[in-house]
Design a protein around this ligand. Structure first.
Ligand code: FAD
Length: 486
């Protein structure tokens, strides 16, 4: 009998095994395929590499504005995929997890095939490995949601990008959450004609409404056909050149066709092969493994972490959950994650990112002030020719604490990390406004927007801190006060 078996070699599983071993437990990690899971092999790392290629194309198109003559960029997709493979290998090779795990004596079964519960203490893998454990941590991640409509097998997921031999001339992207908009934005930059479909009234439904609207407008300006509230999918059918989606709306029928249809309508727990019932592990109504605040499942000696629990479904959260699950598995259930400040963003064109509450959510529970600074009024964005976008800060009128920050535009994700640190440190908005952030930078917009909110709240800020940026303000920009819509 081993102390702990961890199922799944993604970020949640790796940190779980590492933490358990660090606390002195004998840990074994079993994973179906490669070390690294979705994050390293099929999610952020390869997708971000495609997004970087998309960025290089748009940067190449900018060169002429700066007097640099080059011809129109031309994408060689197979060479890009070779680069993606190189990056994935490199990231995997550089991962500090592997040497740490090995040095702590964790026994790793990579490419073990599907692991399943034989009973509540026994895990069997397809390759024949059978392990009995005192405690088990399930970190099996998620899979793309499938739709029960005729012809669904004709559609693709983001993972099919790795086996394409060329950029498809046209693409339907169905689902405009984080994955769908990334696929749409990247392949639009690569020259595919994109139609993006969202069944709800706005793309990026979990973002602030201003963010959804700004990204939708920018997408339309860049040539993506954005269809919000498009109706309900009836079926998919083959055409001589690709695939057709048939949908119904208001009693009528519509259709759209393209060379490829990529469906990104949600992420589900990858529980299919686990035989959870044999271990008495319950799932919730969406099929995710049910855990309490200690990451403990309905079977007390079995814990779960990462996408399989269906919370935020991001790498940093998978890592946090894995750490807590392993700590509690070894020491007993005492540690919780609490409610950390969580920045979220995506590498589309334009980028968007958020931390904290949306304006609508903040209004439900707080008396708020919002301030907005547009990208076309900051020096760095003007220098770089990246003037589209805004930064919006939401502040509690009573406590002067920052409740949310939402950014659309170049480096939105990085800007939001800085806002997250300020919020995690529970800074007041005037304290953030007083930090003389470097000039001219993208993050500098945070001090500007904080100063704008502080002004609205009649708080004193040290205007010296802003003199570099303010020296460049036009009278028109000065007129744009707190609370202006982007
Ligand atoms: C297109 C895309 C882009 C993304 N971009 C980002 C991003 O920019 N930033 C971010 O933070 N997150 C991003 N994510 C999300 C991120 O990849 C996941 O949140 C993260 O990988 C979850 O980690 P995990 O350890 O829970 O699961 P996974 O990384 O999915 O790992 C689970 C592992 O378990 C294995 N496994 C599954 N079932 C079994 C079984 N029965 N037996 C044995 N092994 C099993 C799998 O093979 C896999 O190796 C993205 C996801 C996608 C799809």
């Amino acid at each position: 009998m081993v102390d702990i078996v961890v199922i799944g070699g993604g970020p949640a599983g790796l940190i779980s095994a590492l933490r358990a071993a660090d606390l002195g437990a004998g840990a074994v990690l079993v994973t179906r395929a490669e070390f690294g899971g979705m994050a390293a092999n099929d999610g952020p790392v390869p997708v971000r590499t495609l997004a970087h290629a998309a960025r290089l194309i748009r940067e190449a198109r900018q060169l002429g504005h700066y007097g640099i003559g080059v011809s129109e960029p031309a994408l060689d997709y197979p060479r890009l995929l070779a680069r993606v493979r190189e990056v994935v290998e490199d990231v995997r090779a550089q991962s500090s997890f592997r040497p740490q795990i090995e040095s702590l004596g964790v026994s790793v079964h990579e490419h073990a095939g599907v692991a399943r519960f034989a009973d509540e203490h026994t895990v069997e893998c397809e390759n024949g490995v059978r392990l009995e454990a005192d405690k088990i941590i399930i970190c099996a991640g998620g899979v793309s949601r499938r739709l029960p409509v005729p012809g669904f097998e004709l559609t693709n997921t983001h993972s099919d990008a790795w086996s394409l031999t060329s950029v498809p001339p046209s693409m339907l992207v169905i689902g405009a959450g984080a994955t769908g908009v990334q696929v749409a934005s990247i392949f639009n930059a690569f020259g595919s004609r994109i139609q993006l479909f969202q069944s709800g009234p706005r793309i990026l439904p979990s973002e602030d409404e201003d963010v959804s609207a700004a990204v939708a407008e920018a997408f339309r300006d860049s040539g993506i056909a954005v269809h919000e509230s498009f109706g309900a999918i009836q079926s998919f059918e083959k055409t001589p050149t690709g695939v057709r989606m048939i949908f119904s709306k208001n009693g009528g029928e519509g259709s759209a066709e393209a060379a490829l249809a990529v469906v990104a309508v949600g992420w589900m727990a990858d529980t299919a092969g686990l035989s959870l019932a044999k271990a008495g592990v319950d799932t919730d109504h969406r099929g995710f493994v049910k855990v309490d605040e200690y990451q403990q499942t309905s079977t007390p000696h079995i814990f779960a972490a990462g996408d399989i629990t269906g919370r935020l479904m991001l790498v940093p959260q998978a890592i946090q959950e894995g750490f807590v699950a392993a700590t509690n598995a070894v020491r007993g259930p005492a540690m919780t994650i609490g409610e950390p400040v969580t920045p979220i963003g995506s590498f589309t064109d334009p980028e968007y990112a958020q931390v904290g509450l949306t304006e609508a959510k903040a209004r439900e529970a707080h008396d708020i002030v919002t301030a907005v600074v547009r990208f076309d009024s900051t020096t760095r964005t003007i220098i770089d020719g990246r003037k589209a976008g805004f930064c919006k800060l939401i502040v509690d009128r009573k406590t002067f604490g920052m409740l949310g920050c939402h950014v659309v535009g170049e480096r939105a994700v990085e800007i939001t990390q800085v806002a997250a640190i300020a919020m995690a440190a529970k800074m007041r908005v005037d304290e953030l406004a007083r930090i003389p952030l470097s000039f001219p930078t993208y993050a500098g917009i945070l001090a500007r927007v904080a100063a704008s909110a502080a002004r609205e709240l009649n708080l004193e800020v040290d205007w010296q801190a802003h003199q570099a940026e303010d020296a460049w303000l036009t009278s028109e920009e000065t007129k744009r006060g707190a609370g202006e819509e982007p």
